[in-house]
Design a protein around this ligand. Sequence first.
Ligand code: SAM
Length: 264
Amino acid sequence: MISVHDHNRDAWDELARQQVPLARPAGEKEFGKPQFIINPFGWVDFDVRGRKVLSLAAGGGKHSVLFALAGAETTVVDISPAMLDLDRKAASEQGVKVTVVEASMDNLAVLPEAHFDLVVQPVSTCYVPAVAPVYREVARVTAPGGLYISQHKQPANLQASLRLSPVGYTMIEPYYQSGPLPPVPTGSALRESGTLEFMHRWDELLGGLCRAGFVIEDTFEPRHGDASAAPSSFGHRCWFIPPYFAVKARRKTTATPAPKLLVT
Ligand SMILES: C[S@@+](CC[C@H](N)C(=O)[O-])C[C@H]1O[C@@H](n2cnc3c(N)ncnc32)[C@H](O)[C@@H]1O
């Protein structure tokens, strides 16, 4: 049976070939307002020039190139060779240097320890079965005091029906879900068709960060809801269920042993 890793690598290669919006390199809009991508919440509180930045699971030629143009020493990690090709092409077109690494976010063994001042991860932990190994790896490669800014799909977003029923958007997946979510038809703005996606619970997403050696400094729920949008559209569903959340975490400067969970 094909592994989750290989399945999602092939699925993202295909999405890149289809040039879906998430696989579009930086264009006029992003070059005009790079902070919308490299510092969308105002959480990066230092000049990235000369600093080591990891764009994690961020292939596609957007994050890496904008950080490199801002003067950062930039590495992009992604599972999909086709997404990474977009980074190579965009970097060459812009005349900037980007280190391109094909790896899975839950195994960053090729990257050095305590190296990065900033790790930025767009919504992507939904593509791995467990989030704890991702946090463990990010904690290993982040310098003490370094920032880790990540975005995730909210659990309820992955639990609820995509379409409106007569009683509203209904919870169709359990919170204590294990294994991949059922596939979705193409064209959903909330799920990526062809990929295997996994729901992670709040405790795993937030508590997991603390247990991996980070301190959470802030969180944010980007607003996408539109009360006047057509039923079952992206904006309408987001009016009922916020799709994503972002979290700002800082790598602890002193190593403290991870606390043991007393209950499971
Ligand atoms: C939502 S896209 C983010 C990049 C996009 N360019 C953007 O505009 O935000 C998610 C990315 O995660 C990557 N990905 C999926 N599973 C991964 C894994 N296990 N490790 C690393 N990257 C992964 C996909 O190939 C895809 O490029």
